[in-house]
Design a protein. Structure first.
Length: 80
């Protein structure tokens, strides 16, 4: 029986709190990009993967929408 955090968190994390999830990413040596300008030359990261700007939210009335992501519902990402 292994007791490392990596093994413990192979599936569902113990909490969906942001600090717990960020710690999980850090332990796996993953990188978090807060904004599109931070990605540099990464070819697989697209603008559409980031939250819209406040101007886009207002222009398209996005406060009435919700983005569902594949990891949330085991589906393709889409807007409601």
């Amino acid at each position: 029986e292994e007791s490392s955090n990596t093994t413990q968190w192979e599936s569902t994390p113990p909490s969906w709190e942001e600090d717990v999830l960020l710690k999980r990413l850090e332990e796996r040596e993953m990188v978090v990009f807060d904004k599109i300008e931070d990605i540099g030359d990464h070819k697989h990261i697209k603008r559409s993967m980031f939250a819209p700007s406040p101007e886009e939210v207002k222009q398209f009335n996005l406060e009435k929408c919700m983005r569902c992501l594949p990891h949330d519902m085991d589906t393709g990402g889409f807007f409601i």
